[in-house]
Design a protein around this ligand. Structure first.
Ligand SMILES: [Zn+2]
Length: 255
């Protein structure tokens, strides 16, 4: 049994074949798929999809990529939905900071810190997005004394950065980047981390695996991420599978 801890199956590129993708996941023993939130206009669709397909689970949040449609009322709506679905929602996310996008930095900081406060007030873990922003994120998490943890999605970085997140209560998301031999630093880091912090993800439709560049990524490829992880680790397949499952349910809630 496998869980894809991060997959944007609500995106419209899956509208025409979502059922087929889900059937194929079922055949591959991918029993649960976590759909993180990205923007207010998608939240209802995520919730309805998860009601329709019980193997799908959701988190809600405002992703830095999509802040051009941000309005302050979205923070109120987010709080209301998190309260309403408190026994269903897995956490608050995907939230974070990204230095590679053309979105006002001050707005990114504001929306991230506001959501961090909401997560803190509701005692929810977060799903964290980063890109060249580990220092900023770690500083903000520490300043705000955020202790609910969550998952650092698509982790790439040094062993020291990973350990800082683990000390702050986070699990480390292992995705398609480890299928690339050139991702040496991240592969070395993942090889050395304790098994008790690793979770598997695809980040589909983004982050295509090696050999599939330019094509839509899919949760169906999660077993290939697992294969790459197994090649980096000493533990048996069974141990890795069991730990990854356990780690998602301790990193998030309601799973
Ligand atoms: Zn994502």
């Amino acid at each position: 049994m496998l869980i894809d801890s991060h997959c944007h199956l609500d995106f419209s590129c899956f509208d025409h074949d979502r059922v087929e993708v889900l059937n194929s996941c079922k055949n591959l023993a991918i029993d649960n798929i976590v759909i993180p939130g990205t923007q207010a206009s998608q939240w209802q669709k995520q919730i309805e999809m998860c009601q329709l397909y019980p193997q799908l689970r959701f988190a809600l949040g405002l992703h830095p990529y999509f802040l051009d449609s941000f309005e302050p009322i979205h923070l109120v709506l987010l709080t209301n939905l998190l309260n309403k679905y408190h026994n269903k929602v897995l956490g608050l996310g995907e939230i974070g900071l990204d230095s590679h996008i053309d979105v006002d930095w001050k707005l990114q900081l504001y929306v991230f810190e506001q959501q961090l406060m909401i997560a803190k007030n509701l005692a929810l873990p977060i799903i964290l997005h980063h890109r060249n922003t580990h220092n900023e994120l770690i500083r903000i998490l520490k300043t705000n004394k955020f202790i609910q943890g969550g998952i650092v999605h698509a982790f790439s970085g040094s062993l020291q950065e990973a350990h800082t997140y683990i000390d702050l209560g986070f699990k480390i998301g292992v995705g398609g980047s480890i299928t690339y031999s050139r991702a040496n630093k991240t592969r070395k880091t993942i090889a050395k981390l304790p098994l008790s912090c690793l979770v598997l993800e695809t980040d589909a439709p983004d982050m295509p695996l090696m050999g599939r560049q330019g094509k839509r990524n899919s949760p169906e490829f999660l077993p290939e991420v697992l294969d790459s992880l197994m090649a980096l680790r000493k533990e048996s397949k069974q141990e890795i599978l069991q730990a990854c499952l356990q780690n998602v349910s301790t990193g998030l809630v309601n799973l």
